[in-house]
Design a protein around this ligand. Sequence first.
Ligand SMILES: NC(=O)c1ccc[n+]([C@@H]2O[C@H](COP(=O)([O-])OP(=O)(O)OC[C@H]3O[C@@H](n4cnc5c(N)ncnc54)[C@H](O)[C@@H]3O)[C@@H](O)[C@H]2O)c1
Length: 324
Amino acid sequence: MPTSDLLYLSHADVENVSLDMATIIKLLEQAFMEKGNGRVEMPPKPGIHTMPDAFIHAMPAYIPSMKSAGIKWVSGYPENFKRGLPYINGLLILNDSETGVPYAVMDCAWVTAYRTGAASALAAKYLARPESASVGILACGVQGRTNLEALSCLFKIKKVYAYDVLPDVQAVYVRDMSKQLGLEVVGVKEPKLAVAQADLVVTSGPILKHPTPTIGKDWLQPGAFASAVDFDSYFTEAALAQMDRISTDDHAQFQYYRSAGYFQQTPDPYADLGELVAGKKPGRQSPTERTLAINLGLALDDMAVAPTIFRMAKEKGLGTPLAL
Ligand SMILES: NC(=O)c1ccc[n+]([C@@H]2O[C@H](COP(=O)([O-])OP(=O)(O)OC[C@H]3O[C@@H](n4cnc5c(N)ncnc54)[C@H](O)[C@@H]3O)[C@@H](O)[C@H]2O)c1
């Protein structure tokens, strides 16, 4: 029997590919166009739950036009920081779409971090005011970083207000992101100071089934856009009720999470990101609307990006070939 090799890409290998954020946003836009036109196979993700508020999810998707088929096996553990471990960990497998044979296994933390930021920016392209110039970041972790980077690809950002419950983490974020993006980034002492002054808001704290939400009514200004990367953990019912438009990335997965106990106070999204990109649902309709994107994170996002990572890694001679 003929055997084949697969390429193993460690976290460092994936990082060293240095795929740029602007390209990641374009790849996601292409994938969501396919989804909006019903040309993607992506069953809702099943998961196991070994600890409260923790998950390990299986996320398969097939995007025929991108010849991308595979699965991500990803965990999210809110208490991991106490052990010096990342919140998000996991592996991603790519399969040949004509034979089913796996041809790559890669660490998925980098792809998850970058594609989630890109999905926020893509939603903002349709739901934020184009002249948005200030950003509020609530939680200065991995997502706080990649979401800001992605937003700065599509918007001329002038000022960033950053908040984290841990002042040291916030201070390092302010230093790093000012330098990395050449933006004015200031730390704020309370979440309200980040939300009320921003055109674009990202919440990226822990996802909790029974959260104690912080963002109150009238904090988000008329005309502002928010991306809740951490589900509805940060928004009070009153703040959610004020939203003129709430989008998600997939209706079926949103309803699945609702049935699992999340989003009990959140109105049903009017559109998903595929419908927005494919022009099947309108985006923002006036400069005063408050808009909110709740991207749950889809296998589609990962499968939009991973084949390009693989191809570039091959070109750069990165990774370790393994016998299957
Ligand atoms: N929707 C998606 O597609 C998607 C994808 C990846 C991660 N996530 C979620 O994004 C969140 C962040 O992930 P990450 O990898 O950046 O984790 P991370 O551990 O790197 O960052 C989390 C940050 O939140 C801070 N924090 C905790 N509670 C806070 C609060 N109440 N207010 C402000 N800051 C607070 C922590 O100090 C930490 O800096 C997680 O909930 C994760 O599940 C969502």
